[in-house]
Design a protein around this ligand. Structure first.
Ligand SMILES: *Cc1c(COP(=O)(O)O)cnc(C)c1O
Length: 297
């Protein structure tokens, strides 16, 4: 899959420097591609490869109306000449969300599944069984996704960082980061869901016994009310981050991550002279669902 790795850079947040911390750097994966940004390129890579290797012509997956995974899959499928089908949670609303409109424009077929049936993914897969289809689990969760995400920390030299921080949805990206992190680094995931205590196990299930021993933890206090919730204090934080650092963030993942990092710094969570690498995993297309002019970027 093609992406523009030259655009990926590290941005230091100079206004956050408070004397106790050497560095807060942001790895700008969002700059890979103007439409489909961030970790989804990496997470999809080996699923696409497996689909092609096994001679499938169609990729099917699951997601909600604002899913970055669905948006990225639609785009990547078109790039690879594979048909894509998105099984979407809930009823079709008119007009469709920006995400789904964009997915459709890439050629994805959308199948809407009511919320009670959507919980039974295996039944959906059985009903639609087709030998030409390759199924990717919801959100790209799985070993292939983690394997792709394990390449994120190989893009740049990360050996000088003490902590790697990322937003967590399914935990796939975090597992990939833990795989590549070294024993003296700690990977900290910020859950964007309320009380998703199953995440730690979800991450560990994607790691072998050796990698499970590496330092990694998930913080659950920065969900801002739950998945997709973006109260006005979060939006104000995003506006400030843009004004002070010209760093664009998304309402679902990276704004909560950056808020958490700042809060942890202020609460002296990290030891002195920590060097933090914050993964900007993209997702900016999700901001299109906000009223126009909510954000200055
Ligand atoms: C999907 C996504 C995540 C979460 O990745 P998981 O591997 O599901 O934990 C984080 N940030 C952004 C911007 C995303 O789109």
């Amino acid at each position: 899959m093609r992406y523009n790795s030259q655009n990926i850079n590290i941005q230091s947040l100079s206004s956050w420097f408070n004397g106790d911390y050497t560095t807060v750097d942001v790895l700008r994966l969002d700059r890979i591609h103007p439409v489909i940004s961030g970790n989804k390129w990496f997470k999809l890579k080996y699923y696409l490869e497996a689909a092609e290797r096994t001679g499938k012509n169609t990729i099917a997956s699951f997601g909600g109306a604002y899913s970055n995974h669905i948006a990225a899959l639609a785009y990547a499928g078109r790039e690879h000449g594979l048909k894509t089908i998105g099984f979407i949670r809930g009823e079709a609303h008119s007009p469709l969300s920006h995400t789904l409109t964009a997915a459709q424009a890439c050629g994805m077929e959308l199948v809407f599944i009511n919320r009670s049936d959507y919980r039974f993914k295996d039944a959906i897969i059985q009903t639609h069984a087709d030998p030409g289809w390759y199924w990717i689990p919801e959100g790209g969760y799985g070993p292939e996704g983690a394997r792709g995400a394990s390449e994120i920390l190989k893009l740049v030299d990360v050996s000088g960082y003490s902590h790697i921080l990322c937003a967590v949805g399914t935990g796939t990206m975090m597992a990939g980061l833990v795989r590549t992190a070294s024993a003296n680094q700690e990977v900290i995931g910020i859950s964007v869901m309320k009380g998703n205590e199953a995440l730690q196990k979800a991450v560990d299930d994607l790691l072998d016994a050796g990698d499970q021993q590496k330092q990694h933890r998930i913080l659950h206090d920065y969900h801002f009310g739950g998945y997709g919730k973006h109260p006005s204090n979060l939006v104000r934080f995003m506006q400030g981050l843009w004004e002070n650092e010209q760093l664009p963030t998304d309402i679902v993942y990276t704004s909560k991550l950056l808020f958490a990092v700042k809060d942890c710094i202020e609460k002296k969570y990290f030891h002195k002279n920590s060097r933090l690498l914050v993964i900007h995993s993209g997702g900016l297309q999700g901001n299109n669902s906000l009223p126009p002019h909510t954000l200055p970027f």
